[in-house]
Write a new protein. Structure first.
Length: 295
């Protein structure tokens, strides 16, 4: 199922204000595939964070990203006085040596030279660093819970759609079963008509005719397929009523439903059964497509 969650957080650390943003997105997937985007220095948290995702989700392609923002005014400026002095003396020398042949350098240009000014980050102690990671993990867990809630809301809508499809599948199966009950007599009448049309002058015993009818009925018998279709629909309803992750089991059940519908169509000796079987296969495919969206 698709879903999105975003969590913001912040804390003070050695006079420095640090804020962060967690974003987690998920899309449909047959298995659980997790991709993490973490800032440099936080890569070692990836395994722990993936374990947390696994506690909330069991299926889907998940992308999680962390952005950490440090306030610029919390950093200190460090000037390399020795380098600045050396550059200044060199500029004075060049000015005396070449005069107007060279453009004069300003103080701003000297300060802009590489290495003269450096930004010095506030160094946090181990206790503060551990607290920051703990806060990040807490917020990530909250984001996973929020994502799960978002996916559950979507799952409820999909469940309604799947239940409606099962109702239609069940209704078509009942129609096929009703036609199947009249099939022996239809086959007998069809065979009798063919014999009258093409073998009217050939004497055929009633026993022989009965044997042929039994053979045709047995070959076209789809009662087992109908019973299995009904059983699969019942199982699907039970799975939809479950609070567990049932996406993979429903996916397998779709294969079984499709198998029985295919067999029923191939064995059908009545055009009405074939037509209903094709509609049944289309509904099962719709059901399978929706199942890909659930966990």
């Amino acid at each position: 199922m698709t879903g999105f969650a975003r969590i913001n957080g912040n804390m003070q650390m050695t006079g420095e204000n640090i804020s962060w943003i967690w974003e987690i997105k998920s899309v449909n997937g047959k298995s659980l595939d997790i991709k993490m985007r973490l800032p440099a220095g936080y890569d070692d948290m990836a395994l722990t964070l993936k374990i947390i995702v696994g506690k909330y989700l069991s299926r889907g392609s998940v992308n999680a990203g962390l952005e950490i923002i440090r306030e610029k005014n919390s950093r200190k400026i460090k000037i390399d006085d020795d380098l600045l002095k050396c550059l200044t003396e060199r500029v004075i020398f060049l000015d005396k040596e070449y005069g107007d042949k060279l453009a004069r350098s300003s103080a701003a240009e000297l300060l802009a030279q590489h290495g003269v000014i450096e930004w010095e980050e506030n160094a946090a102690d181990e206790k503060e660093t551990a607290l920051l990671r703990h806060r990040l993990t807490e917020d990530f867990t909250a984001a996973c819970a929020k994502l799960q809630k978002d996916r559950c809301a979507e799952g409820a809508k999909i469940k309604t759609a799947l239940s409606a499809l099962l109702d239609t599948i069940e209704s078509l199966t009942a129609e096929i079963e009703k036609i199947t009950e009249t099939l022996p007599q239809k086959l007998k009448n069809k065979l009798s008509g063919l014999l009258q049309q093409y073998a009217d002058d050939i004497e055929i015993s009633k026993d022989r005719l009965a044997q042929e009818v039994v053979f045709l009925v047995t070959r076209a018998d789809i009662r087992e397929e109908i019973d299995r279709l009904k059983a699969h629909v019942k199982t699907a309803r039970q799975l939809l009523a479950s609070d567990e992750a049932v996406g993979r089991r429903l996916d397998f059940l779709c294969q079984e439903l499709n198998r029985e519908a295919n067999t029923a169509c191939s064995k059908a000796a009545d055009i009405a059964i074939t037509d209903l079987g094709m509609k049944l296969k289309a509904l099962i495919e719709q059901f399978r497509e929706q199942v890909q969206n659930i966990e």
